[in-house]
Design a protein around this ligand. Structure first.
Ligand code: URA
Ligand code: URA
Length: 218
């Protein structure tokens, strides 16, 4: 596994203070023009102590209104699919997005918008120190890994990233449009991917945490 885990895990109080400061910074952010159309900046939900981080594309209407990521129909499907492998999205995961403000008409964020927002995301990764990162959809893969390409080809392939295990999966919005659970369908593949995440988390739980022990491979 290439790459060192970025940074050292802070104690909980310092981490939470840094995350509050980050949320304040995001709320005041005007690094790109998505700020003009936003209702609320959508920073995260879930547990910053979780080993799993889920990164989506960007807020939709419900997220923009509520201030929480993945709370609309796609988020509810994500929650159900995570629950099917024993992952509670608020207790066992930290959920965020590549861009923190809603793009107009839910369009895909531009490369410039993703680049403007990336420092916030990298700071979240640094503070949360996830061991496993799920990238939901092609835009998250592009924004985080810089890889453009069909999610059909990328999904299900583990990739080392900053000393962490990263797994591209289909975006839950895509699964809402492709609801069949028959073998070899997108939803079936996503379920296989999430079972692999479950296995990976179980293995990591039995092994040293790379953020605490830099001698171990993630
Ligand atoms: N889709 C995303 O990518 N993120 C959200 O927070 C909601 C929908
Ligand atoms: N296109 C995407 O961007 N994501 C998916 O999950 C499927 C198609």
């Amino acid at each position: 596994m290439e790459g060192d885990p970025g940074g050292v895990r802070l104690d909980t109080a310092r981490r939470d203070a840094a995350l509050r400061e980050l949320a304040g910074g995001c709320a005041a952010c005007r690094r790109c023009s998505l700020a003009d159309g936003r209702g609320q900046v959508v920073v995260s939900r879930g547990d910053p102590g979780a080993a799993l981080m889920v990164i989506g594309e960007g807020p939709g209407a419900q997220e923009d209104a509520s201030g929480s990521p993945f709370v609309g129909r796609a988020g509810q499907l994500l929650d159900r699919m995570l629950a099917s492998v024993g992952i509670d999205s608020n207790r066992d995961a930290y959920i965020c997005n590549v861009v923190k403000c809603r793009p107009p008409e839910n369009r895909k964020p531009t490369p410039q918008e993703m680049a403007a927002c990336l420092p916030w995301l990298l700071q979240q990764v640094e503070l949360v120190q996830p061991q496993v990162v799920l990238l939901a959809g092609a835009t998250a893969v592009e924004g985080v890994l810089g890889i453009k390409g069909g999610i059909t080809r990328l999904r299900g392939q583990w990739r080392p990233w900053q000393g962490r295990w990263c797994l591209p999966i289909f975006h839950p919005s895509y699964l809402l449009r492709n609801p069949s659970r028959e073998p070899e369908t997108p939803k079936w593949h996503t379920w296989q991917d999430l079972k692999a995440v479950r296995r990976r988390l179980d293995e990591l739980r039995a092994a040293p945490d790379p953020a605490r022990d830099s001698s171990g491979d993630p």
